[in-house]
Write a protein that binds this ligand. Structure first.
Ligand code: PLP
Length: 340
């Protein structure tokens, strides 16, 4: 048996989801003829409290489209130096968007200090790549980002500098469930928000980009240009709708299991970042050689963890296909593990 804790993207579509996909009414969505895609977009727009939404093939394309729809070629945008947009999207905003990302160092809470954001803003001047956008991420490495902080950043950069604010909310549903806060309160400070259906929610494919009507119109054109105009994508949207109906509240189970596992690992003497798991992930911090040995050994026992290499942490992610039985096996395997 393989217990895959590398990511919450590894989930398998269940039989009921496959059934929902198989009976979905579809049409050509490039002609806006797919009723299932339209329904998904309307539902996510309502959940996020935005005027409109657009079904995207991936979160990477969703973030890229958002940047392209907000920025002109030659603009700069502010982003966390460890943010997904900056680190893990292959530099798309620079390569395909002609924009200049300005990375800011995160503080302990995962936030970008407001004074650092403000001092990185460049005005319109022929010497500069003028700053037009700030991108934040919630959750960030499994951490829920403080909502008051996000409101302050948004209000300040909008009021003083007229910037736009985008949220990479790949795991925003986790933040919403963990803090018992309606999604639309978490999205309120933002002009645009990208949400992933294919992370903890368990869809095989898909993200949704949300914003006002004018923004989504521009986003639709950029998505088409990037090759993301999909045809009978209602088959995929049906999986997304299934997830919205069945898989949001159950995220709490993942959070509870992550927290149980974090406590267990701490008892066994492992260094777990922040001493707790707020949502569905935890990170073990040790020397590189310790992590490599742990990673390899767990793999030989059928437990897959995520080690990025050359780093100082090993990531464990809980998701819908991990049951209490799996968790018990993982905890027992750690208990029997010989560190040296
Ligand atoms: C997964 C993820 C994305 C998007 O990833 P895709 O694999 O392209 O769907 C964006 N931001 C964050 C924080 C993510 O974890």
């Amino acid at each position: 048996m393989i217990i895959d804790l590398r990511s919450d993207t590894v989930t398998q579509p269940c039989d009921k989801m496959r059934h929902a996909m198989s009976i979905a009414k579809v049409g050509d969505d490039v002609y806006e003829d797919d009723p299932t895609v339209t329904l998904l977009q309307e539902k996510v727009a309502a959940l996020s409290g935005k005027e409109a939404a657009l079904f995207m093939p991936t979160g990477t394309q969703s973030n890229l489209v958002a940047i392209l729809a907000h920025c002109q070629r030659g603009d700069s945008f502010i982003v966390g130096e460890h943010a997904h947009i900056y680190q893990y999207e292959a530099g798309g905003s620079a390569v395909l968007g002609g924009t200049l990302p300005k990375p800011i160092v995160h503080d302990e809470a995962g936030t970008l200090p407001l004074d650092k954001i403000l001092s990185a803003i460049k005005p319109k001047d022929i010497h500069f790549a003028p700053t037009t956008l700030v991108c934040l991420e919630n959750t960030f490495n499994g951490k829920v980002i403080d909502l008051e902080y996000q409101k302050t950043v948004s209000q300040t950069v909008k009021a003083k500098y007229g910037l736009k604010v985008h949220l990479d909310g790949a795991r925003l549903f986790n933040a919403s469930v963990a803090t018992k806060t309606p999604l639309k309160e978490l999205t309120a400070p933002y002009d645009s928000v990208s949400l992933c259906l294919s992370k903890g929610l368990g869809a095989p494919v898909g993200s949704v980009l949300c914003g006002d009507f004018a923004f989504i119109e521009r986003a639709k054109a950029w998505r088409k240009m990037l090759g993301g105009g999909m045809r009978q994508s209602g088959l995929l949207a049906a999986a997304g709708l299934f997830c919205l109906e069945h898989n949001i509240d159950r995220l709490k189970e993942d959070h509870d299991r992550a927290s149980t596992l974090a406590k267990h690992l701490i008892t066994l003497g492992w260094q777990v970042k922040d001493n707790q798991a707020q949502t569905n992930m935890l990170f073990i911090h040790e020397k590189e050689e310790v992590l490599i040995k742990l990673h390899e050994n767990m793999k030989s026992k059928g437990i897959l963890l995520s080690y990025g290499g050359a780093g100082t942490s090993l990531r464990i992610v809980l998701h819908k296909d991990i049951t209490d039985e799996h968790l018990a096996t993982v905890m027992e395997t750690f208990q029997n593990y010989q560190r040296s």
